[in-house]
Design a protein around this ligand. Sequence first.
Ligand code: ZN
Ligand code: ZN
Length: 345
Amino acid sequence: MADTGGEVVENGNVDPPQSALIFIGTGCSSAVPNALCLIQPSDPPCHVCSQSLSIPPDQNPNYRCNTSLLIDYCGDEGNHKYILIDVGKTFREQVLRWFTFHKIPQVDSIILTHEHADAVLGLDDIRIVQPFSPTNDIDPTPIYLTEYAMESIAVKFPYLVQKKVKLGQEIRRVAQLEWKIIESDISKSFVASGLKFIPLPVMHGEDYVCLGFLFGERSRIAYISDISRFLPSTEHLSLLFVYKYNSVRLFKDSSEFVDISKYGGGQLDLLILDTLYKKGSHNTHFCFPQTLDAVKRLSPKRALLIGMTHEFDHHKDNEYLKEWSRREGIPVQLAYDGLRISTDL
Ligand SMILES: [Zn+2]
Ligand SMILES: [Zn+2]
């Protein structure tokens, strides 16, 4: 990565006047390095975590903040809007590191996948990217979330939700947010900063529905950060888009999904998908085997993985994925914090 006098050069892209996806976080809830690996080092020490003691974070793809995506959306008029998906525990650090590097001046709207700590606990710090007003006299930033997430956040951050100051209460500067309720329903799309999003409800543990999102008209992108199981309707929707896109035939039932997605190949231009641990399975997240199975089943044109723990070693595992990609015909790589991808939304 290099900053060459105003032009961010990365992935071969030179400041194009188009939309981009900026991965400002690609790690699990406790982030990477895992603190325990540093304060109680094992023998031998954890290779991935101990790197963080000698390699600066901006040169270390194994340094991962909470998973979060910043969409730099360039509308037809050429003006840029900045849409943030999730605001985790490490939000401030991500702003200092990546908003500066990628020259992101503000956040125009926020979308929440769910209300777990690693997706919402940075909400207090939204004020650091808002204009300064000691009397809170600024336009609130729209934030899209489910009713369930809203109820939880009203308990976690009552002062961000209450609009009026009570009698005798001092005004204190807090983030100004305009709460917008969305439904966990693939038929209920919504528009944030001019870009249309389709919710992709997925199971995140068998007792919990989390939202992924499908967006982009010219490039269709699915972002699914927290998933343990696809709902048939969600997978069906993704495939239906391929069908519409490639004018293939309609699917009759779920038994046709696997064959047709393999045959159709690439209904999504980009699938961004959760992967927590390297081996085995987990009750609330996909691990590497389930993630790669899902990538094969959905057959996007390209996939990038997010949400990794310290079990993943960026360069080593991307070498393995290169081999896997050649074999399966689907390019898949681990994303990393700071990765910017130009795209045509
Ligand atoms: Zn470690
Ligand atoms: Zn979660």
